[in-house]
Design a protein around this ligand. Structure first.
Ligand SMILES: [Zn+2]
Length: 209
């Protein structure tokens, strides 16, 4: 039976013998969550540089995309980011994750070890870990919105009426949203068009039953 020292030595040798790629596989990459605070009307992201470093993209590119998505003005201040509006941590989290899914994560192996290249007029994410390439994801259609759990006016959604409220409106749920649909019955499946969104409340109109 080997004593503890032998065991340690054995582990050390096993570790050295392990292919580097395999070691890398076991280090799960994770995005640092935004560390925010509010200063008056501004939102300060204290660890913006840390997020940028972990994503390994140009800070100005990340900043530009995120500001556009948030519809907010803002600028970098040393390692911090100052947003000229009040933004919740969840919202910022969502926008950063969105950025990562579009511009960073490899479509084949799911790793962030990628860089952006241009092929003709297309921006392509090329993976340095597995060599796969994919075009930068373009936002369009319902599918992308579905994934993000975003509902916007004019969307057409398939819903199942789970209940009927006191006012007689059908109720459906979709992620964090409660959808009110007048003129439908419980158990009915229908396609609705979003007419109004207020917080988690969505008002929809039946398109087809
Ligand atoms: Zn890959």
């Amino acid at each position: 039976m080997p004593d503890d020292n032998d065991y340690e030595a054995l582990l050390g040798r096993a570790w050295e013998a392990m292919p580097k790629d395999e070691i890398k596989d076991h280090q799960r990459w994770s995005l640092p969550p935004p560390d925010i605070m509010y200063e008056g009307r501004n939102t300060v992201v204290k660890n913006f540089q840390e997020i940028v470093d972990s994503i390994r993209r140009e800070p100005e590119h990340i900043l530009g995309q995120i500001l556009r998505e948030l519809g907010s003005a803002g600028s970098r201040d040393g390692r911090r980011l100052i947003l000229k509006s009040q933004v919740s941590k969840d919202k910022l989290d969502e926008k950063i994750e969105d950025y990562v899914n579009r511009y960073v994560i490899c479509g084949e192996c799911g790793k962030p070890d990628t860089h952006l290249i241009k092929e003709g007029r297309t921006q392509v994410v090329e993976c340095m870990a597995c060599g796969a390439k994919r075009p930068v994801k373009v936002k369009k259609g319902l599918k992308a919105q579905d994934k993000k759990g975003v509902v916007i006016i004019g969307d057409e959604l398939e819903v199942m009426i789970q209940d009927v409220g006191k006012q007689g409106d059908g109720l459906a749920k979709r992620g964090k949203f409660v959808i009110y649909v007048p003129g439908v019955a419980k158990g009915q499946k229908c396609k609705i068009k979003v007419e109004k969104v207020s917080g988690n409340i969505v008002i929809g109109k039946v398109v087809t039953v």
